[in-house]
Design a protein around this ligand. Structure first.
Ligand SMILES: Cc1c2[nH]c(c1CCC(=O)O)Cc1[nH]c(c(CCC(=O)O)c1C)Cc1[nH]c(c(CCC(=O)O)c1C)Cc1[nH]c(c(C)c1CCC(=O)O)C2
Length: 356
């Protein structure tokens, strides 16, 4: 049984110390008394209380308004009793904060005013400084005060996924311009990823300094790459970001979609936890990641529409397969879909917590 933990604060770092938090224990590779669960995109459009507070405010404006970002982050913690909060933000927030012309268009996703496609475009790309991060750091500080014993996950987009939005100018199915740049102009590609790794690291370090208890690096679209291309052209930049956080004392989660063939490399890049989508069972994933790596996942978010019996069967299967990993954090295989019934997520939390 989980007992009420004592929250202490480390005097030198100012960081909360949450020794009993099941999420942090599982991320360390331990087996806490109950399996921890949270959901990617747990804060967002599936929640009526989110739609209510967001109705007059643009997405990026909400992310850069500390009170609002704090409130939205807390909504799923209150509703579901999940084992971790994830900061309400977006992967393009550090780009916006650095001065890149980018917006999030409802129903489409991030749209970039002037796509980055040449060496000159890369040289002109603004890089994030501490001032740009101030509203996000403030949201983290507010949250750490509000959250008591629930860990807070900070996050950022990985260089490849950010580069894809910048090069394509928006969401892309095939990432063709991005792949063309990485192969035809590798120097420009590496300069772009290097600049993005700097921005990502600045963003994540600011979140850690403000008090997040874990970080997740979203390389959502890395599954579009062959393992060979991933290792040569992408992994070094993500590895630099993860290495830059090695001394931060917080677990590093590394996630992508369709990455069954990349799980080993994504672990080797320097992750403590690797996120897995639904395409590969966790017991298979456990054999693919480096020893000592915990797993996070991997319920198909679309199956939340299939009714309680299907969801229960799937949750039980995933808990059994996840038990073979060195630490398992229950999650979806990708983000909560906007039309999801919040009650279906509430049932998942109860099932996970109720299963010994
Ligand atoms: C690729 C990516 C993005 N953003 C993100 C990723 C990586 C995760 C993933 O793979 O899903 C990360 C992200 N974006 C958001 C979060 C919130 C925290 C959470 O609860 O998980 C997180 C972790 C809020 C958001 N980010 C966005 C929304 C919806 C916008 C709104 O509510 O108006 C939310 C809640 C917008 C966004 N931002 C992005 C997309 C594709 C979209 C959806 C566009 C749409 O369909 O309207 C880029």
């Amino acid at each position: 049984m989980s007992r009420a933990g004592i929250v202490t604060t480390d005097i030198s770092t100012g960081r909360r110390h949450l020794p009993d938090a099941p999420f942090l224990a599982a991320a360390r590779g331990e087996r806490p008394a109950r399996r921890p669960v949270w959901f990617m995109r747990q804060a967002g459009r599936s929640l009526p209380e989110y739609r209510e507070v967001r109705k007059d405010t643009g997405m990026l404006e909400a992310c850069l308004t500390p009170d609002l970002a704090c409130e939205i982050t807390l909504q799923p913690v209150r509703r579901y009793g999940v084992d971790a909060a994830i900061l309400f933000s977006d992967i393009v927030v550090p780009l916006k904060a650095a001065g890149v012309g980018v917006d999030i268009v409802a129903g489409t996703g991030p749209v970039v005013e002037e796509p980055v496609r040449s060496a000159a475009d890369v040289a002109a790309l603004p890089v994030l400084d501490a001032e740009g991060v101030a509203p996000v750091a403030e949201a983290v500080r507010l949250l750490v005060r509000e959250l008591a014993e629930t860990p807070l996950i900070g996050f950022a987009g990985a260089p490849f996924t950010l580069a894809s939005y910048l090069v394509e100018g928006g969401p892309s199915r095939n990432h063709e311009r991005t792949k063309a740049l990485m192969h035809a102009e590798p120097d420009t590609w590496h300069a772009l990823c290097s600049a993005l790794a700097d921005t990502t690291l600045t963003f994540l370090r600011a979140q850690v300094a403000a008090g997040v208890d874990a970080v997740q690096l979203f390389d959502s679209w890395a599954g579009a790459l062959s393992e060979r291309d991933y290792r040569e052209l992408v992994m070094p930049h993500s590895a630099r970001v993860l290495a830059g956080l090695a001394d931060a004392g917080v677990p590093r989660i590394h996630f992508g979609v369709g990455t069954g063939e990349l799980l080993g490399a994504m672990g080797e890049a320097g992750a403590d936890v690797v996120g897995v989508d639904w395409r590969i069972p966790l017991d298979v994933a456990a054999c693919r990641v480096p020893p000592g790596t915990a797993l996070q996942g991997n319920l198909d978010p679309a199956l939340l529409f299939a009714g309680p019996d299907v969801v229960e069967r799937e949750v039980r299967r995933i808990l059994a397969e996840g038990a073979t990993a060195e630490g398992h954090v229950f999650n979806l295989g990708h983000g909560v879909l906007p039309e999801t019934d919040p009650d279906a997520l509430a049932r998942v939390v109860d099932l996970v917590h109720g299963t010994p």
